[in-house]
Design a protein around this ligand. Structure first.
Ligand SMILES: [Zn+2]
Ligand SMILES: [Zn+2]
Length: 251
C-alpha cells in the first residue's frame, strides 16, 4: 500500500467509525466501508441479463419456448431500424439495486462504485462469448465539457478504466467528443431524445479509430440513440467493427 492509499484507508476508516454508513438499500450498517453506501449483500442481488434477448440491441425478451429455440431473434424495434454498430449488450436491467448504484455513482459522486460496477461489466464480458472477438479500443461515451465541469468526472470513463486495466485494452480519451450540449434526457420522449442527440458527437482523432474494433461504453441504454450517434461518427472515421456495452438497460 503506498502512502496515498494509506492516507485514504485511514481517512475512510475514521469516517466510518465516526459516521458509520448505512446501506442505502437494506439500511443495515456497512461494517467495512469501501467508500460507497451499498452493502455487499445487496450488491450481490444484481442479476445479469441472460438470453433470450434481441441479437441486435440486447433488449431482454420474455422467455417463451419460441425464443428459447430461436436464438437469432430481433425485437420489434430492430426489425425496422438499422444501427451503425454490430450489436449492443447490457449487463443488467435498470431497476432496484443497479438503478440505485447508478444514481449514487452519477449524481451523488460515489466514484468508488466504479470498481464493483466495472467488475460487473468485466464478468459479463468474460461470460459472453460474443465478445471473444478482439476489441482494440474502448471508447466511453463522452460528456459535453460543461456537463463534465458540473459533475467533475465522466462515469463511463471511470468504468472504462476499470475494464481497460483488466483486459489491457487502451481507453480512448478525447478520441470522440461531445460537441453539442443536449438537455437532460430523462424527461424527454423517445422522439425528442433522438432529435436532440443528432450530430452531438464528433471524432477528434480519426487516426486512432481507423480500422479498429471498438467497444463503446455507456452507463445506460435507453433508446439507443446516444450510442448510435457515437457509432455513426466512428463509422465515418472508418472504424472496423463497433460493439456496445452498457451497464444497464432501461426497459
Ligand atoms: Zn444492503
Ligand atoms: Zn432490438
Amino acid at each position: 500500500m503506498n502512502h496515498q492509499n494509506m492516507v485514504e484507508y485511514i481517512k475512510e476508516g475514521l469516517l466510518n467509525f465516526i459516521f458509520p454508513l448505512d446501506c442505502k438499500i437494506c439500511e443495515k450498517p456497512i461494517r467495512e466501508s469501501k467508500g460507497y453506501s451499498i452493502c455487499e449483500d445487496c450488491f450481490k442481488t444484481i442479476e445479469l441479463i441472460e438470453q433470450p434477448y434481441c441479437i441486435k440491441c440486447g433488449k431482454p425478451l420474455i422467455s417463451t419456448d419460441y425464443f428459447k429455440s430461436n436464438r437469432g431473434i430481433l425485437c420489434s424495434n430492430c426489425k425496422r431500424k438499422k444501427y451503425s454498430f454490430e450489436f449492443s449488450r447490457s449487463v443488467g436491467i435498470y431497476q432496484k439495486v443497479l438503478k440505485e448504484c447508478i444514481h449514487l455513482f452519477k449524481y451523488y459522486g460515489e466514484k468508488k462504485l466504479a470498481k464493483p460496477l466495472g467488475k460487473l461489466m468485466i464478468n459479463y464480458l468474460l461470460k459472453n462469448n460474443e465478445f471473444k472477438k478482439k476489441i482494440d479500443l474502448i471508447i466511453p461515451v463522452p460528456l459535453h465539457k460543461n456537463d463534465f465541469k458540473k459533475r467533475g468526472f465522466n462515469q463511463s470513463v471511470l468504468l472504462g478504466r476499470v475494464i481497460g486495466d483488466y483486459f489491457s485494452i487502451p481507453v480512448g480519451k478525447r478520441v470522440l467528443i461531445k460537441k453539442k450540449l443536449t438537455p437532460f434526457q430523462v424527461n424527454l420522449s423517445k422522439k425528442e431524445r433522438e432529435k436532440n442527440i443528432i450530430k452531438a458527437f464528433a471524432v477528434e482523432r480519426p487516426e486512432e479509430v481507423k480500422y479498429k474494433n471498438i467497444l463503446i461504453l455507456d452507463d445506460i441504454f435507453t433508446t439507443g440513440s446516444t450510442v448510435e450517434e457515437c457509432a455513426k461518427e466512428l463509422t465515418k472515421a472508418q472504424a472496423k467493427n463497433i460493439f456496445v456495452l452498457t451497464l444497464a438497460r432501461s426497459v
